[in-house]
Design a protein around this ligand. Sequence first.
Ligand SMILES: Cc1cc2nc3c(=O)[nH]c(=O)nc-3n(C[C@H](O)[C@H](O)[C@H](O)COP(=O)(O)OP(=O)(O)OC[C@H]3O[C@@H](n4cnc5c(N)ncnc54)[C@H](O)[C@@H]3O)c2cc1C
Length: 457
Amino acid sequence: MPGDPREGRIVVVGASLAGLRAAETLREEGFTGSLTVVGDEPHPPYDRPPLSKQVLLGTAAADATGLPMRREADAEWRLGVRATGLDPLGKRVLLADGDSLPYDRLLIATGTRARPWPHPEQAALDGVFTLRTREDAGILAERLAAGPRRVLVIGAGFTGSEIASACRERGVEVTVAERGPGPLVGALGGTLAKLAAGMQRAHGVDLRCGVTVTALRGRNGRFTGADLSDGSRVDADLCVVALGALRNVEWLADAGLAAGPHGVACDAGCRAFTMYGIVTDDVFVAGDVSRFPHPLFEYQMLSLEHWGNAVAQAEVAAHNMVSPGPLRRPHLTVPVFWSSQFGFTIKSVGVPAFSDQVTIAQGTLAERRLVAVYGYRGRVTAAVTLDMAKWLEHYRTLIETAAPFPPGPGAAGGRPLVTDFPIPSDVPDARGLSHGPTVALTGHLPDRRLTVVRSAG
Ligand SMILES: Cc1cc2nc3c(=O)[nH]c(=O)nc-3n(C[C@H](O)[C@H](O)[C@H](O)COP(=O)(O)OP(=O)(O)OC[C@H]3O[C@@H](n4cnc5c(N)ncnc54)[C@H](O)[C@@H]3O)c2cc1C
């Protein structure tokens, strides 16, 4: 590798949000070497959040969600070709077309894919979908526009709930089956899950909680309905499986990196760990595929599926890839997430799943306009706003400064708190859900020793 980190060969694997923003930042930071971006999708980078919102509503075409380029990345784009392996010693990325790309520094930005329905022959029925790509959204939007009698959505996480919302807005009957006690429970906890359940039912969703789908049924190769664990049956002509995401790490199986179901572990400077927990200096990670420690959350490893995190982390990774050690930066932004559904905008700052208590700081459950503040062991760790997004910055400051929980008088922007009696936040163990939350704490608390290290003798 040449002495100047702004020269040499950089390969980015994953040509979506994190890959694009990293490529742009590399050039902004003065990288003059060769830059190659590999992506297995045939398209230039596009945006996914509109896929479950405007595209399903028919207000945007699936092929019109291209990500704007902030600047010319001056990169070679190898699109439509999958990376199949990584040789970290020879410093090469192996491609499905038989080619291999040498690198001096590599960025892994391969994101996630939709978790498929576990029974392949049922998943192959015409009318059964998942939603992750532009193609998925395009065909699902067409089928919704054709006016199905009923849609079955399996899983009431953010994606499943947004799909249900789009169905109702189009006047389509929809049944949502959720294994947990309510929609969004993994991400937001039990109190807001009750509110979300009320919202869905008020909009005409046939919401079934505490049940699992045991089988998808079909006739002549077409989906016709599903059996539920409570013995009931749902007749429907479309089914969307919204069971969360799987990290795209299989291509790294022989690379000796700390890559697994929760993603590729890296340090706060986005450098990948080897499987022995040793930090590399030439392999970096960013976006949904990453798993990184955050000091605000007791250094637990966070796996996020957040648009804003992919951008911020890609920028830090790119900066660090072309900066000498002392000038490198940590990725410490406070996670932020948004969702629109059933006419509401839900925004979240911090990590609601990292909480033991919650209190309503402003607004009311009845009004469906509120700020819920989450705390863990006596300090503020997250806030979720429902149609009160202007307060998000204020609560971000409380999180960043580890302000005491429950927040003191005046914490609600100078007003008294609506309720100063915190209740359990009731965040379930994500392993019990049919879908993961969009943020998972994948470490363990420092006071809980989970492994015993034995010496060889
Ligand atoms: C329907 C939907 C709605 C969403 N809505 C919101 C929202 O409202 N708010 C929010 O904050 N976030 C939302 N998100 C999440 C947000 O889109 C993601 O956080 C973001 O896309 C992450 O970007 P990424 O680049 O890390 O990963 P991805 O976007 O997953 O991109 C990874 C890319 O790498 C490619 N790839 C994978 N393996 C390989 C390989 N071996 N070789 C080559 N290429 C490979 C993939 O095909 C993909 O193109 C939504 C996501 C979806 C799917």
